[in-house]
Design a protein around this ligand. Structure first.
Ligand code: SF4
Length: 116
């Protein structure tokens, strides 16, 4: 983990520790929405992908009410978290952000890279 990601992680950890109670993504009833992967719902067919997308939508709604949302998203983006919903961003959202940043830096179109 790079220094920026370490700093973002520390800031997120500090903010989480100051919450009156753990965030809802840590609740056993909702955890599955945040870190679902194709293998968790069987083969990565269309139904599995629909379940994953719906879980992401539900997780993002929970993030919208979380007091550490901005710090959580900042950490996930900085650390290039490949999996899960963090701070209201899905892996696809984060790939789009990286592509946009690359496009701004290089002047090339914002096409997400495969295996990013
Ligand atoms: S913003 Fe979302 S993923 Fe981050 S701590 Fe809050 S509920 Fe969990």
């Amino acid at each position: 983990m790079g220094k920026k990601a370490q700093k973002a992680y520390l800031e997120l950890s500090t903010a989480l520790a100051e919450l009156p109670e753990p965030p809802q993504c840590a609740d056993e009833r909702y955890k599955h929405m945040f870190f679902v992967e194709p293998m968790d719902v069987g083969t990565p067919d269309a139904l599995a992908m629909r379940i994953i997308r719906q879980n992401e939508i539900d997780a993002k709604l929970i993030c919208d009410f979380c007091k550490v949302k901005a710090l959580c998203a900042e950490y996930a983006i900085t650390a290039h978290e490949a999996f899960g919903v963090w701070g209201g961003t899905s892996p696809t959202d984060r790939k789009a952000i990286y592509a946009s940043v690359r496009a701004t830096a290089t002047g090339l179109p914002a096409t997400p890279l495969l295996f990013d």
